[in-house]
Design a protein around this ligand. Structure first.
Ligand code: HGY
Ligand code: MN
Ligand code: MN
Length: 411
């Protein structure tokens, strides 16, 4: 049984999706379950129903597109990723994995192949964690790693809860079926752009992902005292901005890694009240810290509060840990099936470790899982300039189709 994906159809679907939340600089802003993201779900639903595939939603807003197999009771083989983006996101992060999965179902349908197991393309809700923290929320709740109640109560900066946002999605998709959380899956495979330069620099088309590093995220709140910038002597100030800067500098030393394996980022830094002539009374900043070795993640993560306290000066500081995930390894039938497809298709491929986080990290708790990377230009991602070659996207989708067909019969 051979199946060939349609590269042009796959590329055109990317062009159509990139219009939903498209930005003037050629990127995409499609935050989780905003109107643009719901439009992306509706477009997928339209394509799915045209094919005779069924569509279902679970309680945290994940979407399941299903092509039936001959055995309706068999757990499906699934592939997928996310439709939501960062505020200055690109045209491929997440959506490529969704469209590669959908293209695999279409190509298998075009080939008239009946699989024993059902095949599914999944859209995981809120992978980016930009509107609602934490990221990978939908896959974590579906896999039983996070609790539904806790995640539905999370709010965005406007005070909208994830529960209200999920209600909005369900209202927009009244014909969608219901999928219980932790529904059985026979296997899960995710295609994603690498979001790093290795594949491009080494001339490889496919990355067979061996694992994903662990992470810990923190929110640091520094409280001082607002004052008049023209009259308050420097000596007596409780300047929250200056204290936060001291902490940021000290954290840079704390997380210094001469081998450049560790990843430490302060992505958000809010100064309050943010007025020209007011001494800042409050600063809130974020920490995203990652490393493959969980001993390092524990040791250095545990040191954050002490480093901040040591540089608070006359201000108060509170360090809140907001999320964290352990590193994961991918092994077993999914990476093996990826290797088999790569060998059969003759793609240049290497094994690669993922610095970025993905929904597949939570799928390992439900079923055999794995990931396929394809190159992106200069490794750029979480940036409107993100770009990928249609030929590479097609190769990754071909591997997804091969893996799904292989596992639908073999598992
Ligand atoms: O942050 C991450 O690793 C993912 O791309 N959201
Ligand atoms: Mn992603
Ligand atoms: Mn991302």
């Amino acid at each position: 049984m051979d199946v060939r994906i349609d590269a042009e159809r796959l590329w055109q679907r990317h062009v159509e999706m990139a219009r939903l939340g498209g930005t003037p600089k050629g990127g995409v802003c499609r935050l989780a379950l905003t109107d643009e993201d719901i439009k992306a779900h509706l477009l997928l639903e339209k394509w799915a129903r045209k094919r005779g595939f069924s569509v279902a939603l679970d309680d945290i807003g994940n979407m399941f597109i299903r092509r039936d197999g001959t055995d309706p009771d068999a757990a499906p083989v699934a592939s997928g990723s996310h439709t939501d983006t960062q505020p200055t996101g690109g045209r491929f992060d997440g959506i490529y994995g969704v469209l590669a999965a959908f293209e695999a179902l279409e190509a298998i349908d075009d080939a008239g192949i009946r699989t024993r197991r059902p095949l599914e393309a999944i859209v995981w809700n809120n992978e980016e964690g930009s509107r609602f923290h934490p990221g990978c929320m939908g896959s974590a709740v579906h896999a039983g790693v996070s609790t539904l109640e806790e995640m539905l109560a999370k709010t965005d900066r406007a005070g909208v809860t994830m529960g209200e946002a999920v209600k909005g999605l369900k209202a927009a998709m009244p014909d969608a079926g219901y999928r219980p959380l932790q529904s059985p899956l026979a296997a899960f495979v995710e295609a994603h752009i690498e979001q790093g330069p290795l594949l491009e620099n080494t001339g490889n088309t496919i990355g067979i992902v061996t694992g994903m590093q662990g992470n810990r995220r923190f929110e640091v709140e520094v409280v001082g005292e607002e004052g008049h910038s023209g009259t308050t002597p420097l000596a007596g100030r409780k300047d929250a901005f200056k204290a936060a800067i001291r902490m940021a500098r000290a954290l840079e030393d704390h997380f210094h890694d001469p081998e450049d394996v560790l990843r430490f980022t302060i992505g958000r830094f809010d100064v309050h009240p943010g007025a020209l002539t007011v001494v800042p009374g409050r600063v809130v900043f974020s920490i995203d810290f990652r490393h493959p070795d969980m001993e390092v993640v524990k040791r250095l993560g545990d040191g954050v509060a002490g480093v901040c306290a040591a540089h608070a000066g006359p201000c108060e500081v509170e360090v809140r840990e907001t999320s964290g995930s352990p590193s994961v390894e991918f092994s077993g039938p999914v990476p093996e099936a990826i290797e088999a497809s790569v060998g059969r298709r003759g793609y240049a491929a290497i094994q690669i470790y993922s610095g970025a986080g993905h929904d597949s990290r939570h799928m390992v708790h439900l079923c055999p899982s794995g990931m396929v990377f394809v190159p992106c230009e200069k490794g750029i991602s979480h940036n409107e300039a993100e770009n990928a070659d249609p030929k590479d996207l097609a190769a990754g989708a071909q591997v997804i189709a091969d893996v799904m067909l292989d596992l639908a019969e073999r598992l």
